[in-house]
Design a binder for this molecule. Structure first.
Ligand SMILES: N[C@@H](CCC(=O)N[C@@H](CS)C(=O)NCC(=O)O)C(=O)O
Length: 237
């Protein structure tokens, strides 16, 4: 029986961990007893005292394992990979895989996340003020996509022939390319990789955490409006 709690929400950084949990289950780790708590970002639950004490960065996801509070989605995914060994982070390949996890945390997340904020959420910033950051973050996101496209032309997954935690942490930001308007339509290797991952049962289940019924792949107009409203509010804090 595990003593784990995941505090999360249906966002790219949250999905990294929910997909990881479901892939570990596919690998035979049941994580029985794991409790998942949905954090309402719109209501500001990430700023409440208990959340802030456990995660001073005041953002989801947060993993609690007994006395341990772990913030940062990539650190959580690595922690789970080390606690529950599997092919997702084999010891002998650790230093092939971890640099790509850091690559996501330091590059993909910030570039795609900022592009998304200026594209969808900062709707009260004048267009002329948005033009420069939009161009800058789009260029950087495209540069990163170029690296990924080339790599996935040589192999099916980011670190070789098998799924690893590198794929799990990069996928949630790249899958949202239509929402963030980082155009991937001429990147066949990335599109094939997105399809390959989306077909895995663990990705199906992981993406469903917190998603409205039937909206795992396509949000309704109501959900889009809700995300836009929450994103707008968060982008001001
Ligand atoms: N680098 C952090 C980023 C976490 C993050 O930005 N979480 C967002 C949701 S995807 C959040 O909680 N936002 C709420 C806020 O900023 O108030 C991680 O990877 O865990």
């Amino acid at each position: 029986m595990s003593d784990l709690q995941l505090w999360t929400a249906a966002t790219p950084n949250g999905w990294k961990v929910s997909i990881m949990i479901e892939e570990l289950r596919e690998a035979g780790h049941t994580l029985e007893g794991l409790q998942v708590r949905a954090i309402d970002l719109m209501a500001g639950e990430q700023f409440e005292d208990e959340f802030s004490q456990r995660n001073p960065n005041q953002k989801i996801p947060l993993l609690i394992d007994g006395e341990l509070n772990i913030m940062e989605s990539c650190a959580i995914v690595q922690y789970l990979a080390e606690k529950y060994p599997s092919e997702l982070l084999p010891e002998q390949d650790k230093w092939q895989i971890l640099p790509w996890v850091y690559w996501q945390a330091a590059n993909v997340g910030p570039a795609f996340g900022n592009k998304l904020s200026y594209t969808r959420y900062m709707n009260d910033v004048p267009e002329e003020q948005k033009a420069h950051p939009l161009a800058r973050f789009n260029k950087e996101a495209q540069r990163l996509a170029g690296i990924l496209e080339q790599r996935l032309g040589e192999q099916d997954f980011i670190c070789g022939k098998h799924l690893s935690i590198a794929d799990i942490v990069v996928y949630p930001w790249v899958r949202g390319w239509k929402w963030s308007k980082v155009d991937m339509s001429d990147r066949p290797n990335i599109l094939a990789w997105l399809k390959r991952l989306r077909a895995r049962p663990a990705f199906e289940r992981g993406l469903a955490y917190g998603a409205p019924e039937g909206e795992v792949d396509q949000w309704s107009e109501e959900t889009k409006a809700r995300y836009a409203k929450a994103g707008n509010r968060i982008s001001k804090t």
